[in-house]
Structure formats: C-alpha cells, structure tokens
Write a protein that binds this ligand. Structure first.
Ligand SMILES: Cc1cc2nc3c(=O)[nH]c(=O)nc-3n(C[C@H](O)[C@H](O)[C@H](O)COP(=O)(O)OP(=O)(O)OC[C@H]3O[C@@H](n4cnc5c(N)ncnc54)[C@H](O)[C@@H]3O)c2cc1C
Length: 402
C-alpha cells in the first residue's frame, strides 16, 4: 500500500481520483444516490454498470487490500475519494446489505485466507448481499443471551433457532450469524460466528410489515439449516469477540450523520422559507434562531470531532470504542435536525403523501420517522452510553450486556 502521508501526495491522489471519477461516473446518475439504496441491490442498468466499474477499480472498498480486489488506499486517500465523489454528485453503488460496512471488515480482521478469497471479491463487485443475524426475540441489548444453536454434525454445523429484525434477510445471499455452540459455558463464552449461505431449505425469512408498508427486516427461522465447518469465522466459542468487532465496524459506519434526519436543503434555507426574515435579514423567530445556531454548532463540533478521530487513527482501520461516542452524537445531530425541520413546517410537516404536501415536506416526515431507528439499531443509545462508561471512562461495570 502506498504511503500517502504527505499533503503533496494527497493532492496528487485527489487529482487522480477526480480525473478517474470524471471519466467513469455516469452523468445520468449524478445526484441520484436514491437509485442505489433500498432493501435490495438495484438492477437499474446505469447502477449495474457503475457498480461494476467502481468494483473493478477496487474503490467500492477503498481501504481493503488489493490482493482481494480492494483499492489498497490509505484512510486519508479514502476520505479524499469520498470528498471527490460528493463534489460531483457521485455515490457508492453497493449501499445495500452489510457486506462493505460490516461483514467484509470483520472477515478481514478474523477470516482465514480461504474465507477472504471466497467472500471479499464478490462483496467488492456488489454481486452478493449480506445480512447480519444477531438479535433474537429474547436477545436484543442483552445479545449474549442468544439461543440459536449450532450443533456439530461431523463435517458441518446444524443450525436451529430464530432471529428477528434481520435487515434485508429476504434479499440476502449470505448471513453473518451469531449462534450458541456451547450451552454449558458462561453466556459470553459459548458463542460462535458463522458465515451462512441463505439459499437453502432450512432457512425461512418472514418480512415484518411496517405501518409505512415497507418491510426492511425479517423474522428469520433456522430449521436444521446447514453450514460447512469452514463457515466458522474466528475460533469456536470465541464468537462474542468477533461479533463485537462487527458491531464496532457497524457503529463506525454510522458516525457521519448521513443517516435519517438529513434533509435535502440546509436548515437555514428551510427556516427562511417557512418563517421569513426580519428587517435585518435575520430569521423572524428569535427563539428558533437561537436553537438553530445551537444545532449548527453541535453539527460542526460533531464533524470536527469525526475528523480529529480519523486523524488520530492515522490510517489504523481498527474501529475501537470511539464510534460509540460518535454514533450517539451523529444520532443526536440528525434527530434534532429532523425535529427542527418538522417544527418549521408546522402542519405541512405532518403529511405522508398526497398533493397537499411538497416532495420535501413528505421527505422530511419520512426522514424524521426513520431517524428514530438510529438510536436503536447497531446497539441502542443507552447501550452505547454503557460502553462509553465502561470501556472509555473506566467507570464501574454495572451491566453484563455490553
Ligand atoms: C432499523 C433497524 C434495523 C435492525 N437491523 C438488525 C439486523 O440487521 N440484525 C440484527 O440482528 N438486529 C437488527 N436490529 C435490532 C437491533 O439491534 C435491536 O433492536 C437493538 O439491539 C435493541 O434490542 P431490542 O429491540 O431487543 O430492545 P431491548 O434490548 O429490549 O431494549 C429496550 C430498551 O431498554 C434499553 N436497555 C436495554 N438494556 C439496557 C441496559 N443494560 N442499560 C440501559 N438501557 C438498556 C434499551 O436501550 C432500549 O431503550 C435492527 C433494529 C432496527 C430498529
């Protein structure tokens, strides 16, 4: 991997990235990231082509090693690539499933050479969709209480049990699954992590219908499902360690404030449109003005802390516990922004669809609702606080669930 520590090299890389993106990103997709998001991978022909082009370059997984098809970039280069993509309205076309953000990095950390060669290239090329099977009806925050079991069946594992809230399971090809392999051990010590093929009769996914009509996640049932012995990621009964690492990668991908709650326009523009301005050109409502400024300051501080954390990591891709702080602060920023936006819109911020509401108004409502999930998935805000208290501040341990 090239050492691009010096600014001059970074600027050289910026030029390279800019030229490549300008030559390869389809103009027809500019600013149309929504085409690439959703519960399953898009089959839009331009997205399919862009996914292949970016994958072949390795830049769909910019920091992964080149030997597995990744970009081999440093963290600093990857940030520059992201900036250059944003600059021209380009986007990552593989933003479905959890291969790039969670499973792939965990396989890089704990996988055998065979697992890396088998699983990483198709993730990079956007050919497979992954889901994560952690939560169960009686094991959410207290994840280590999970009961789905994998029994040794000679040359394979036999899996039985139920997961819930499995995002995208109905569209997934593979699942990163936490199972219990030793029922006599302490609850954190009898867990293993399996890489399970979803295309088999022993796995049934039942999509959970939401009030919105969408079904982003499933109940997932395992009845004598099978995985080969080679599907074990990391060591047997040490899956808790592997599973925690995946959660750190998940949180690291959720620290940017780019999830629910972000609107299409800057908040001050929305405020001017709905509240109007006074004689000096300031927002007409002094109280709202104060709260808006406070929010903008929080957002700025979050952004700068994110940059500082990235700089301090100095290219080390291991996520550690800092993402727990950043996930909570990203969530606060996004949720407060969503609240302020709806407040500005007043009764226009109540619409779900229909001609009485503009596109932006409907999006603001949906974004506000979706933003509520941010403080639940990837470990709730309270669980992040427990991790911060225990692992960062060194306060006494009063919970077994983190
Ligand atoms: C949009 C979305 C997508 C999801 N996708 C997936 C997925 O793909 N795969 C998957 O496995 N799971 C997924 N989940 C599930 C998610 O991980 C769990 O919902 C989450 O971990 C909380 O578990 P729970 O729902 O059982 O709530 P509980 O654990 O029952 O918690 C209920 C409340 O109690 C609080 N609480 C619980 N324990 C403590 C404690 N020790 N200290 C302080 N407060 C506590 C929680 O913070 C929460 O407010 C998803 C959830 C959402 C909302």
């Amino acid at each position: 991997m090239a050492d691009f520590g010096a600014d001059v090299d970074i600027e050289a890389f910026r030029g390279e990235a800019r030229a490549w993106l300008e030559a390869n990103f389809p103009a027809s997709l500019k600013g149309k990231a929504a085409l690439a998001t959703g519960e399953s991978k898009s089959s839009h022909p331009d997205i399919v082509a862009w996914r292949r082009t970016l994958g072949e370059k390795g830049w769909s997984a910019p920091t992964w090693p080149k030997e597995y098809g990744g970009g081999g970039l440093t963290a600093a280069q990857a940030r520059v690539l992201g900036q250059e993509m944003a600059r021209i309205g380009a986007f990552h076309p593989s933003m479905f499933g959890m291969g790039i953000t969670m499973i792939g990095p965990t396989i890089l950390d704990y996988g055998t050479e065979e697992q890396k060669k088998k699983h990483l290239p198709p993730i990079i090329m956007g050919e497979v969709q992954w889901c994560v099977g952690y939560s169960e009806p009686n094991a959410g925050s207290d994840l280590a209480s999970l009961q789905t079991r994998a029994d040794d069946a000679g040359d394979s594992w036999k899996i039985n049990g139920q997961k819930i809230w499995t995002s995208g399971a109905q569209h997934s090809d593979w699942c990163g699954l936490l199972v219990r392999t030793d029922f006599s051990a302490k609850k954190h010590e009898g867990i293993s992590f399996l890489l399970v093929d979803m295309h088999q009769p022993g796995i049934e996914t039942r999509p959970i219908a939401l009030i919105s009509g969408a079904s982003p996640f499933c109940e997932t049932f395992f009845t004598d499902a099978v995985a080969p012995k080679a599907a074990l990621l990391g060591q047997i009964n040490v899956g808790w360690t592997v599973g925690k690492r995946l959660l750190q990668h998940e949180r690291a991908s959720q620290t940017g404030g780019s999830m629910g709650g972000r609107g299409p326009k800057p908040l001050n523009e929305i405020a001017k449109a709905y509240l109007g301005v006074d004689g000096e050109g300031r927002l007409a409502d002094a109280d709202f003005r104060t709260r808006l400024v406070r929010h903008e300051m929080d957002a700025r501080v979050h952004g700068q802390t994110l940059m500082r954390a990235a700089a301090e990591a100095r290219g080390n891709n291991s996520p550690g516990n800092a993402p727990s702080v950043l996930k909570n602060s990203a969530t606060n920023v996004a949720q407060i922004r969503a609240e302020l936006t709806l407040e500005l819109m007043g009764s226009q911020g109540l619409g779900w669809d229909g001609a009485n509401y503009s596109h932006d108004e409907v999006e603001a409502v949906r974004s506000w609702l979706w933003g509520k999930a941010m403080s639940i998935y990837g470990g709730s805000a309270e669980i992040q606080n427990n991790i911060i208290s225990k692992r960062i501040l060194g306060l006494p341990d009063n919970t077994q669930s983190t």
